[in-house]
Design a protein. Structure first.
Length: 146
């Protein structure tokens, strides 16, 4: 039996929320990059290989954006890594350094916000990027002093 205090439970819940937001945004952006349409995320885990393939095709059709391609793929890798970190954290009985996890989630959210801002013509940028930055700040606010 695992015993988790309410403060830690709230922090774990927000860490999971942050990872889910990254999954959802990766999926939404992949759909937009693939066919130019905006869809709601269906809640399934992001298929990062599909997201990367959509990004590669999107950037292949837009020469001159090599820097953005590189940075976007790095943001996808960070989202995939934090998703794997969440899986390992949960498999390990939700034991670990919550401060470090919240910092990693915050960094990944900020990295994605920066990419959202830079994507030309992405229709949700004015709402999504600020929301991700707010969520990143909230992750940091949940850290506790050691």
């Amino acid at each position: 039996m695992i015993s988790i205090g309410s403060d830690d439970l709230r922090r774990i819940q927000y860490f999971i929320f942050a990872v889910q937001r990254l999954n959802g945004m990766a999926d939404v952006l992949a759909t937009w990059m693939a066919n130019g349409t905006m869809t709601g995320w269906d809640g399934t885990p992001a298929r990062f290989a599909d997201c990367e393939a959509a990004a590669m095709a999107y950037f292949d059709a837009r020469p001159g954006q090599e820097g953005l391609r590189h940075d976007y793929l790095a943001a996808l890798r960070a989202a995939r890594q934090i998703d794997q970190t969440l899986a390992a954290f949960l498999a390990g009985g939700a034991q670990g350094d919550l401060n470090a996890l919240l910092e990693q989630a915050s960094a990944a959210l900020n990295q994605f916000a920066g990419m959202i801002d830079r994507l030309p013509d992405y229709p949700g940028a004015d709402l999504d990027a600020p929301a991700f930055r707010t969520e990143a700040r909230h992750c940091l606010s949940l850290r506790q002093a050691a």
